[in-house]
Unconditional design. Structure first.
Length: 298
């Protein structure tokens, strides 16, 4: 199929960012915000970070086009996609690094015992599907506090999640609970501090339960990102990015030093995925994505 002019423009820019054709093109792309640095635009990725991208951040781009762009940029996986979307990823040779979970959504999680039977049944069905597709992780959530103390929330979550550990261990799938901020984006969410999440991991006591450390969310809630990663990295199975404030581009318009954070992640020996989860504000969102990958290529 002959590409549309818009698609051709995107692909041309992305190829220049990923591999570089001439110094003139690299400089032009840098000026337009398409690369993290002029030198980076002319060199291949170092390969020390496994890159993914969250599907929901690009609602106007068809999944097939996002997959094609991801391959050109150097991204090898897509986050937060469900079974109906997995065949498209496979068509492009991409991994589902963090598939969608089961249940009703973020506020309705494992800290509510009245939801345990429903959640366990849903995840018991989904976990074998994830494994059969060749994936090894699935996202889950604590749910909102609704007056629960930290100790009660940990106890309730552990009770429900322990019911799933046998299935998870049998199929080699890790349930990964996301750390989210309760200050700006998800009021009343319970798993909103790393220490709470690691205490839950200890209470469950299985290597098939870990944390998704969202750098954006944890910068808002507790800061001290690099020290936290160094201290708690054995509990972390996946990372998400995002610029603070606003969850937009991770460039110099925000407060986090992403190259330093990525270097700290690499130094822990982490071999999982780091997924870009920012909402692009720039006119060419795929150029913003290419820039973010270059920024995180340490």
């Amino acid at each position: 199929m002959k590409p549309t002019p818009q698609l051709f423009s995107r692909r041309s820019a992305l190829k220049a960012v990923a591999a570089g054709t001439t110094a003139m093109m690299a400089t032009d792309l840098f000026q337009r915000g398409a690369s993290a640095a002029q030198e980076a635009a002319l060199t291949p990725l170092k390969g020390r970070i496994n890159h993914s991208v969250c599907r929901w951040c690009y609602p106007e781009i068809p999944l097939a086009e996002l997959c094609q762009a991801a391959k050109e940029i150097g991204i090898t996986a897509i986050d937060l996609v469900g079974p109906k979307e997995w065949p498209i990823l496979k068509q492009y040779g991409l991994h589902a690094a963090m598939p969608h979970g089961a249940g009703k959504g973020i506020p309705e999680g494992f800290n509510d015992p009245s939801l345990h039977d429903e959640l366990v049944a849903s995840y018991e069905t989904l976990i074998p599907q994830v494994a059969a597709a060749g994936y090894d992780k699935i996202i889950c959530f604590s749910g909102n506090r609704r007056g629960l103390s930290d100790e009660e929330g940990i106890r309730h979550c552990a009770t429900g999640l322990k019911r799933l550990m046998g299935t998870a261990e049998k199929h080699g799938v890790t349930l990964v609970m996301e750390l989210l901020n309760s200050k700006v984006d998800h009021p009343d969410y319970q798993c909103d501090h790393t220490a709470w999440g690691t205490a839950l991991c200890d209470a469950i006591g299985s290597d098939r339960f870990k944390l998704l450390y969202d750098i954006y969310h944890m910068q808002i809630m507790e800061g001290d990102v690099i020290a936290t990663i160094r201290k708690y990295h054995p509990y972390i199975a996946h990372y998400h990015t995002g610029g603070v404030p606003g969850r937009n581009e991770i460039d110099q318009s925000q407060e986090l030093n992403y190259p330093a954070i990525m270097k700290a992640i690499v130094e822990t020996g982490f071999t999982g995925y780091v997924a870009q989860e920012f909402i692009p504000k720039q006119p060419e969102p795929l150029q913003s994505l290419a820039q973010a990958i270059r920024l995180c290529d340490v």
